[in-house]
Design a protein around this ligand. Structure first.
Ligand code: ADP
Length: 400
């Protein structure tokens, strides 16, 4: 059965069509600048060339209609008609405390997703628009919601509560939720397979290092701690997000510069991280690494060093949280592709875990692999994440 996986953002819509039986990608694409000028759709059938065209898209419903048109186009499409799409899996950012797994979308589930919107005001409303547009254009096709927060719902209270008055949790459900859950779940299971051991026997630390970045502690197959919090702002230094800061910084800047809380939160989300630390040089690790290697750029060096230290500190914290660790796994854009960053994190800071990297293996990319030496007491793995495949699997499992 073919499963369409949809990730609907405020002005974009990413999609993949996956054959859930063979787990092969059939096609993928992206609608960009929905509702603004110069909207465009790109579409790549597996093994084929990328097609791109500018088409006005006033809203998500038009974007989804265009997506279905390119998928079913008699000349350049990949399926004959919509009957060849068995189900749709929607990536939903926030499931609050309601959802600890994928769920079939019913009107009640839509209401629950809407109710989580004040926890994810940028994401959940956009996710819902995607669901509703799909339902209108694909009546009768089962839809499944797969939540970014679900995998982290196994965290114990002592990990998810903040050290603030308990009534804030009781009244508003202010707590740590964690994100990238689909990736942490997928990578921890793949890592166990690569190590040839049941995930139920392993203590794993997964470092999802992309533009957004988070670490999680996965003990015996269940998440017991993760670095993102109520929102994706907490934890690691990221591309443009600050990660952990003393909350008093907000008041301090507000007084010094007369800024509003919203302005400062926006700065913490969009102008901080390695972009901010490099004094605006770049949020892209390829630029930073290049500038550091070629010209010893001090702005790039500062950002990369702070990023590596913060990540290593979380690994140390999670080894403590699990009272041990069998393997550290790297995934996502930076985690999969940057031997330099993996060396900075493991080589400079994780020797006490008995970690030694196999430099030759570390220089490779693009596949599941162990990059530590056979003697390394704690193993280090690179596992390319595949959130779309994980969503397709969960969708298929639910509707089968
Ligand atoms: P997201 O899904 O959060 O947007 P990705 O997982 O795609 O992010 O990761 C994007 C990041 O990966 C970018 O900051 C980019 O710099 C980094 N990246 C991609 N390729 C490389 C590479 N070869 N070396 C270093 N960093 C890389």
């Amino acid at each position: 059965m073919n499963i369409l996986v949809i990730n609907s953002g405020s002005s974009s819509l990413k999609f993949q069509l996956i054959d859930a039986d063979t787990e092969e990608l059939i096609a993928k694409g992206l609608c960009e600048r929905i509702g603004i000028d110069a909207s465009q759709i790109s579409f790549t059938p597996a093994g084929g060339a990328k097609q791109k065209k500018q088409v006005p898209m006033a809203d998500h419903r038009e974007a989804i209609r265009l997506m279905l048109d390119v998928l079913t186009n008699p000349e350049t499409g990949v399926v004959k008609d919509l009957s060849q799409i068995g189900a749709v899996g929607h990536r939903i950012v926030h499931g609050g405390e309601k959802f600890s797994g994928a769920t079939l979308i019913t009107p009640e589930v839509e209401n629950e997703i809407a109710a989580c919107s004040d926890l994810a005001p940028l994401h959940n409303p956009a996710n819902l628009i995607g669901i509703r547009a799909c339902k209108a254009l694909m009546p009768g096709v089962p839809m499944v919601a797969v939540f970014d927060t679900a995998f982290h719902q196994t965290m114990p209270e002592e990990a998810y509560l903040y050290g603030i008055p308990y009534r804030y949790y009781e009244q508003y459900r202010i707590r740590r939720y964690g994100f990238h859950g689909t990736s942490h779940d997928y990578v921890s299971k793949r890592a166990a397979a690569v190590l040839g051991r049941p995930v139920e026997e392993l203590k794993l630390i997964v470092c999802h290092l992309g533009n957004g970045a988070s670490v999680s502690a996965v003990k015996y197959g269940k998440c017991v701690d993760t670095s993102m919090g109520l929102t994706p702002l907490e934890g690691l230094i990221m591309g443009t997000r600050s990660g952990d800061v003393d909350p008093a910084v907000i008041e301090f800047i507000a007084h010094k510069e007369g800024k509003s809380i919203e302005e400062i939160t926006n700065m913490l989300n969009k102008e901080s991280g390695v972009l901010g630390l490099s004094d605006g040089f770049s949020s892209d690790f390829r630029d930073l690494e290049d500038a550091w290697e070629k010209e010893k750029n001090p702005n790039a060096a500062r950002a990369l060093k702070a990023y590596a230290l913060r990540t290593a500190k979380y690994v140390g914290a999670y080894a403590a949280a699990m009272n041990g660790v069998d393997a550290v796994c790297f995934t996502a854009g930076v985690g999969e592709n940057s031997p330099i960053m993996r060396t900075m994190i493991c080589g400079d800071y994780l020797g006490y875990l008995g970690i030694t990297l196999d430099e030759e293996a570390n220089a490779k990319r693009g596949k599941d692999m162990v990059i530590s030496t056979p003697e390394s007491a704690t193993k280090v793995l690179v596992i390319p994440t595949n959130e779309e495949l994980a969503i397709a699997r969960q969708t298929y499992a639910l509707i089968k």
